[in-house]
Design a binder for this molecule. Structure first.
Ligand code: NI
Length: 405
């Protein structure tokens, strides 16, 4: 595991960088401790206690038990200047995956793993809090650190907002990052506008009429109806969405039948819809149901249908994006550096915060294929280059000084 900076890292021994570089061993230690104790959404008790202990030790004002296991820490700058409030958000939850990495810091929780890097996000946020508390004279205004539960599922951002974390003091801007193995360590992917997609989901049960496989005329074959529906759903993006826009309709589950000579009376299918443009809100719900209804009607079947929005698209504010981009520019320096127009159809509940206050979410490159640290997120062998941790802290700290001063 690499814990030093790549040799290509620019020798910029500025005040912030020197101090943050010295934090790198701690960042790695915290991340590895968190990695060994992964917890699922709204069950982040050990994680929250870990964070709480650190904040207490450093004398940082904080509130726990927000949206179950969430924590808000408040650090007030002592420099004269603005009274602006910047929030920094980090998610804390892990995934129901059995880790296949053989590393000393391997998950100790059977069937649960930090396979998305949220352990790193928490370590970066802790490092940022520690640094800011030690250097309160370097910024004006206030920084609120959000340690958020349940990003993966079912979503902790919305309940945190409902618990009032954006108020008292009112947050003027918010930033957050995701370690990103789709980009090499040392780079930052960023984009003004849509960075990540809206995530919508649907379940459908086709209600046909069962019978003998040799006598289909006595039945309504839910498998045949389902097959037509699945094909027709693929025409929504192809024929109804503006070709200059991006969208995805995926049916990820199709369950029906028990025996080869029995016509299944019901079939169940489930899928996900993704798109960037908020103008499509409501559109897919209507088109998916119209498609299902039309085919069921033509075949004499009926259906149960459930469609819901999981997360809205992650939309970055232009000025906040420029703030992060300008600060990240000084921190990244591989040939790739800043990767503009970075986008993914993945979703994130950071979107709820960004709907409330201007902000920017960005990707912090974390892949290092030479060290075998390039498995995709949510893979049982996911791991990342930990040199990204100090870079994350440095970008956050620079943004604080730029935004609040
Ligand atoms: Ni994630």
């Amino acid at each position: 595991m690499v814990t030093t900076f790549p040799s290509s890292h620019k020798v910029d021994l500025s005040r912030i960088r020197l101090a943050i570089r010295s934090l790198q061993p701690q960042l790695v230690e915290w991340r590895r401790q968190l990695h060994q104790k992964p917890e699922l959404g709204f069950e982040e008790k050990i994680t929250a206690e870990f964070i709480q202990n650190k904040l207490q030790e450093w004398g940082i004002e904080h509130e726990t038990g927000i949206a179950e296991t969430g924590i808000v820490a408040i650090i007030k700058g002592t420099k004269l200047g603005t009274e602006k409030v910047l929030a920094i958000r980090a998610d804390m939850d892990a995934l129901p995956i059995q880790e296949q990495n053989e590393v000393p810091y391997k998950s100790q929780h059977d069937g649960i793993m930090h396979a998305c890097g949220h352990d790193g996000h928490t370590a970066i946020a802790l490092g940022t809090a520690y640094y800011l508390q030690q250097h309160r004279d370097s910024f004006a205004g206030t920084v609120k650190m959000f340690f958020q539960p349940a990003e993966e599922s079912p979503g902790g951002a919305k309940p945190m907002i409902e618990a009032g974390v954006l108020k008292k003091p009112d947050v003027d801007g918010i930033i957050g990052l995701h370690l990103w193995n789709n980009l090499p360590v040392g780079s930052v992917g960023i984009r003004s506008g849509a960075l990540m997609a809206a995530v919508e989901c649907f379940d459908c049960t086709i209600l046909g009429k069962g019978g003998h496989g040799a006598m289909p005329h006595q039945t309504v074959d839910s498998i045949v109806v389902g097959a037509q529906i699945i094909n027709a759903l693929q025409t929504i993006v192809a024929r109804n969405v503006d070709p200059l826009e991006s969208a995805v309709v995926t049916v990820g589950e199709f369950h029906a039948g028990t025996k080869r000579n029995v016509i299944a009376d019901t079939a169940r299918l489930s899928g996900t819809v993704r798109y960037f443009n908020p103008a499509y809100k409501g559109f897919f719900m209507e088109r998916v149901e119209q498609t299902i209804a039309g085919i069921c009607q033509s075949q004499g079947a009926s259906y149960d249908f459930n469609y819901w929005s999981h997360y809205p698209p992650v939309i970055n504010h232009p000025e906040m994006t420029e703030l992060v981009r300008s600060q990240a520019q000084d921190v990244v320096e591989t040939p790739m550096g800043i990767v503009p127009e970075c986008q993914t159809m993945g979703g994130e509940d950071m979107s709820f915060f960004l709907e409330e206050v201007p902000g920017c979410y960005f990707f912090l490159g974390s892949a290092n294929p030479a060290e075998d640290l390039a498995y995709p997120h949510h893979h049982p062998r996911f791991d990342f280059d930990e040199t990204a941790l100090a870079m994350g802290v440095e970008i956050f700290v620079r943004c604080v000084e730029k935004f609040c001063n």
